[in-house]
Design a protein around this ligand. Structure first.
Ligand code: URA
Length: 210
């Protein structure tokens, strides 16, 4: 059985993440690093994709060559910061099917409410990778995965850049069947739900908003 939390501790991932965390990094720099790191994270999160073989001819001879089996995988971005992480992954897996989930927090109940959901067909037959750079309280990730399971998704992974212990625990309780991949497990959340030491607001940093 796959472990529930995988910290991708590759030296290149760790080095790039340390640069991204620094507050003086420009929007352009942050975006470039996010793209680079997402390629490395995508490599790790897709390790369990099934292979089959196909018959090909090289200039030397015929052979049975490995090729991905089954339906194209589904990448689901949790809006809006998920898009930044998804762009790099799509460079590596250009044939992936793409979906978007939009959630806002109800100011009274503080619960996530769906405002947008458009996902690929036949989720039950695809590996489905949900991307959101920051796993903080875990509320939006849990709600997004609830929505995807209602639409048939089964074989899922959750990919983020940073995770807080609180978010990992919330996911473990709600969705123990969804392995989490992250570049780092940080210390804690602050009183506003930000990850510490973290990198600030991932959406603001990648899109240059404030
Ligand atoms: N979302 C962010 O962008 N940053 C955090 O630290 C937590 C949630």
């Amino acid at each position: 059985m796959m472990q529930h939390l995988t910290v991708v501790d590759h030296p290149l991932v760790q080095h790039k993440l340390s640069i991204m965390r620094q507050k003086e990094v420009s929007t352009a720099g942050f975006r470039r690093l996010l793209r680079e790191i997402s390629l490395l994270l995508a490599y790790e999160v897709t390790r369990e994709l099934e292979l089959t073989t196909m018959h090909i001819e090289t200039p030397m001879c015929e052979m049975e060559a490995p090729t991905l089996e089954g339906k194209k995988l589904a990448l689901i971005s949790i809006l809006r910061a998920g898009n930044g992480l998804m762009d790099g992954i799509l460079e590596l897996i250009p044939g992936a099917r793409v979906g978007f989930v939009g959630l806002y927090r109800d100011p009274e109940t503080l619960k996530p409410v769906e405002y947008y959901c458009k996902v690929p067909r036949e989720l039950d037959a695809r590996m489905t990778i949900v991307v959101d750079p920051m796993l903080a309280t875990g509320n939006s990730s849990v709600a997004a995965i609830d929505m995807l399971k209602e639409r048939g998704a089964k074989n899922m992974r959750f990919l983020c850049l940073l995770a807080a212990p609180e978010g990992v625990e919330r996911m473990r309780e709600a969705h123990p069947d969804v392995p989490i991949f992250t570049a780092a497990l940080d210390e804690r959340l602050d009183d506003h739900g930000y990850i510490v030491p973290g990198l600030g607001d991932a959406g603001d940093r990648m899109f240059g908003t404030k």
